[in-house]
Design a protein around this ligand. Structure first.
Ligand SMILES: *[C@@H]1O[C@H](CO)[C@@H](O)[C@H](O)[C@H]1NC(C)=O
Ligand SMILES: *[C@@H]1O[C@H](CO)[C@@H](O)[C@H](O)[C@H]1NC(C)=O
Ligand SMILES: *[C@@H]1O[C@H](CO)[C@@H](O)[C@H](O)[C@H]1NC(C)=O
Ligand SMILES: *[C@@H]1O[C@H](CO)[C@@H](O)[C@H](O)[C@H]1NC(C)=O
Ligand SMILES: [Zn+2]
Length: 434
């Protein structure tokens, strides 16, 4: 039943506006982060680490860094999002245990609202003046992809490789001049983890730069003439959408579990490479849940299928995450040197120097296991094990000052410097490495 005088279209419009957070009318995310804090702890002893682990279990906090509490030991930089209702008792507990902490974000809701009011001041809807310096919703990103597919038929081809758990299309942009049939290729994905919004922003930036500089920059022209880039701006579409509408700090996919109420699988622990070994969890409520079986997530399955079919062509796999400022290569799941270590290491080394040359931002680089932590079932290891010789994962800015809430004013510098790294890696591919 609907009140008289309202058309279905009006109702739809109204519903749409209710779903989109509008700072003038209501609080973002229903004000659920009011008074929440993000604090940083670095346990000085194993004893302190143990206490910290217990606290995190007990209070069911949202861990920002590292991705699982099991990684926390002496010296681990640990960023924890604590809810307002638990913060007093939790902080008192820490003081009693004499564990030092610093407050990174004093009121998460305020920080969120601040970012959003800046965003609202800009016009994000008109495509000719499309802004790459704001975060875009899934719908906006997909509209942008359709638009490019129409306006750049010579360089862009958009297609879908399947559907997500909730039935959304998994869109890819194939970028590069259509010339001969056989071309080597580079795969780039962003947004495997929903809350890492700078990832999709970088994928969009990369495409923009490629199209804008194709004529003027000889290096870009060479890249697009000799290679195809397969770009997946939002890998985890359901999770990304959910991080806009319901929970800004959602990480996993949105699949249901038959035995638990907790939803979602870590799409970067669900790959068939030492699946659910060290650094992944069997528990559906954990943020690093590996899923019921490898490739259980339709998003992972679709991408794995696509990469497997084209592994002869694809020379590089690049995956974009946040935050830590690192450039990582295999292995994630064990402490061992990869067979092609020297070529991959020198590509990474040059890439972080190139990145640093823009604004002096430092990235650590190295094997993921020893540079960050051990994790199994990751997409990067899977790509490498399936014959893609250059596999990298970027952990973009920052190192925790804003964490997942990297302000939009930092999209441009972050993407500009990252672009230098990606171009450097790509030019490296076009040369022989011994
Ligand atoms: C804090 O609030 C959340 C939901 O708002 C609730 O699930 C949780 O039990 C509360 N914790 C405490 C310690 O009151
Ligand atoms: C992209 O454009 C081509 C034609 O240029 C069309 O065949 C294709 O269906 C478009 N892709 C999508 C996803 O709409
Ligand atoms: C890659 O980066 C290194 C180190 O900054 C630099 O010497 C080299 O010229 C760069 N290569 C390209 C193609 O940009
Ligand atoms: C190492 O690199 C070479 C040349 O890029 C490639 O042919 C070979 O398959 C790679 N080996 C592995 C194990 O990745
Ligand atoms: Zn991530």
């Amino acid at each position: 039943m609907k009140p008289p005088g309202w058309t279905a279209a009006q109702w739809l419009l109204c519903l749409l506006f209710l779903r989109i957070p509008e700072p003038e009318h209501c609080y973002l995310y229903n004000n659920r982060y009011a008074g929440d804090k993000v604090i940083r702890l670095v346990p000085e002893t194993e004893g302190e680490a143990h206490v910290l682990k217990n606290i995190c279990h007990q209070f069911k906090v949202d861990l920002w860094q590292p991705s699982s509490i099991s990684y926390v030991s002496e010296g681990t930089v640990t960023d924890v999002h604590i809810p307002q209702n638990g913060s007093q008792i939790l902080l008192a507990f820490l003081q009693q245990a004499n564990i030092q902490y610093t407050v990174l974000i004093a009121d998460l809701q305020k920080t969120l609202e601040k970012g959003n009011s800046l965003r609202a001041q800009r016009n994000r809807r008109s495509l000719p003046g499309y802004s790459y310096e704001v975060y875009h919703s899934l719908e906006e990103i997909q509209n942008w992809m359709h638009h490019l597919n129409k306006t750049h038929p010579g360089l862009v081809h958009m297609f879908s490789i399947g559907k997500s758990y909730e039935g959304r299309s998994l869109f890819i942009l194939k970028l590069g001049r259509r010339s001969r049939a056989y071309k080597r290729a580079v795969w780039i994905d962003c947004g495997i983890h929903a809350r890492e919004w700078i990832g999709p922003a970088f994928c969009q930036w990369f495409v923009k730069e490629a199209l804008q500089t194709y004529r003027s920059d000889p290096a870009m022209r060479k890249m697009l003439n000799h290679l195809y880039f397969y770009i997946m701006p939002v890998f985890n579409v359901d999770g990304y959408h959910f991080s806009w509408t319901n929970d800004r700090f959602w990480r996993k996919t949105r699949s249901r579990n038959s035995r638990f109420r907790c939803r979602g699988v870590d799409a970067n622990r669900n790959w068939k490479v030492n699946w659910c070994d060290e650094g992944a969890s069997f528990h559906p409520c954990d943020d690093t849940y590996c899923g019921p079986f490898p490739e259980s997530e339709p998003e992972v399955k679709a991408v794995a299928h696509f990469l497997r079919k084209r592994k002869k062509h694809i020379r590089a796999y690049l995956s974009f995450h946040a935050y830590a400022q690192m450039l990582l290569y295999p292995y994630s799941y064990k402490y061992a040197k990869i067979p092609n270590f020297s070529c991959v290491e020198s590509a990474a080394y040059n890439a972080v120097i190139a990145l640093h040359s823009a604004y002096g931002v430092r990235y650590r680089h190295g094997p993921a296991s020893s540079t960050m932590y051990v994790s199994s079932g990751s997409s990067m290891d899977w790509a490498y094990k399936n014959g893609i010789p250059y596999a990298f994962a970027f952990e973009l800015r920052d190192t925790g000052h804003f964490g997942f809430l990297l302000p939009e004013s930092l999209i441009k510098p972050t993407c500009t410097e990252t672009m230098l790294a990606v171009k450097n890696i790509t030019m490296h591919l076009l040369k022989k490495c011994h």
